[in-house]
Write a protein that binds this ligand. Structure first.
Ligand code: FES
Ligand SMILES: [Fe+2]
Length: 358
């Protein structure tokens, strides 16, 4: 059971073109994307209502899409506009367009009740579209349930162990206590590690060897969006009190979107605001982050295989798990509320039909 009434990241902007349909499965439903005549992103179910051929195997014709099995053609709103050989178009030949919003290089999609799709709920990721920040957008596919990736991102105490030579740092980082604030939309995690050695990737970028004050401050929001302010500054200059002079700062935007119960999409970026005219810095930072995310990928897939061998295995909670405990609780709460809305809507429909029948 997935949360449907929420905005998911469906794609990076550059993945969707006006010439070729693009397919991606979101919460178990195949979706076809392309750009309409005005460049706007369009999303329809990727299943032709005629014989279920994927529309993504079709052809874009002046902002519309033609199924290349028997030739049905659909407008960007999902209306069937042509059935070869027929004058009359059956109403059942239309598809429900999905709500999409393109903002700051991410394409967001709403898979649930369109009446609830408020674009104001989309979190702000301004640095993905700001000349003050540079990054390389990227994507990784996971063959695991999305909650295992969320668990990983909600507990950075794994950094010095799993990412010993990449994002890591000393074991002291894991011992620094993260401040966790719970909210109705997720958690805010605030972790400072002062007067410790710079992380390997920061050493690579800066050549620093002296101790630093390091921070990771991030929101992890329903349904799986991580927005982070992180960085390192020379130790003792008062970075925690707000002095970020001579600091290296990063803004991370990451999003997990379930593909199915057993597979997930992971969109990520690590932006920097220093040396933004030097593409080598962007490439090096990106390379270090990708190396670390490969470590996560290997461990989380191994964890999934381990769990699959014993479906009754109960995880042992530790105090470091409090953020991920809250997030899982929040997701369950949202999914239950969604189920209740569906049941109430069904009861409402039944009482209307009973009234009409009477
Ligand atoms: S399956 Fe698409 S036109 Fe027949
Ligand atoms: Fe990690």
């Amino acid at each position: 059971m997935f949360l449907k009434d929420t905005w998911y990241v469906a794609a990076w902007s550059h993945e969707i073109s006006a010439t070729h349909p693009f397919s991606r499965t979101i919460i178990g439903q195949p979706v076809v994307f392309w750009r309409g005549e005005n460049g706007e992103v369009v999303a329809l179910p990727d299943r032709c209502p005629h014989r279920a051929a994927p529309l993504s195997k079709g052809r874009i014709e002046e902002g519309q899409i033609r199924c290349m099995y028997h030739g049905l053609k659909f407008s960007s709103s999902g209306a069937c506009v042509q059935v070869p050989g027929m004058q009359h178009i059956p109403p059942a030949a239309c598809l429900p367009a999905l709500r999409v919003v393109e903002r700051s290089n991410w394409v967001w999609i709403w898979m649930g009740d369109p009446a609830l799709a408020d674009p104001g709920l989309i979190p702000d990721t301004y640095w993905l579209d700001s000349p003050a920040w540079r990054y390389q957008p990227d994507y990784i596919h996971y063959d695991v349930n999305y909650l295992l990736i969320a668990d990983n991102l909600l507990d950075f105490s794994h950094l010095p162990f799993l990412h010993e030579t990449t994002l890591g740092g000393s074991a002291g980082y894991a011992e620094s206590r993260a401040l966790v604030e719970r909210s109705d939309s997720g958690v805010r995690i605030n972790r400072w590690f002062t007067d410790g050695p710079p992380a390997p990737f920061v050493k690579n970028l800066t050549g620093w060897s002296a101790n630093v004050d390091r921070w990771n401050i991030y929101d992890f929001l329903v349904p799986g969006v991580l927005l982070m302010d992180s960085g390192s500054a020379p130790a003792g200059q008062g970075a925690q009190a707000g002095n970020r002079e001579n600091a290296v700062q990063f803004r991370s935007a990451q999003a997990i979107t379930p593909e199915s119960e057993h597979s997930s999409h992971y969109f990520f970026s690590q932006a920097h605001d220093f040396a933004i005219d030097d593409p080598r810095v962007t490439a090096q930072l990106h390379g270090d982050v990708v190396a670390a995310f490969k470590e996560d990928w290997d461990m989380i897939h191994a964890q999934q295989r381990s769990l699959a061998l014993d479906p009754d295995f109960k995880m042992m909670p530790l105090p470091v798990d409090n953020a991920l405990g809250h997030f899982r609780w929040l997701m369950n709460k949202r999914i239950k509320a969604q189920q209740q809305r569906v049941v109430q809507a069904g009861a409402g429909l039944q009482s209307v039909s009973a009234t009409v029948t009477a």
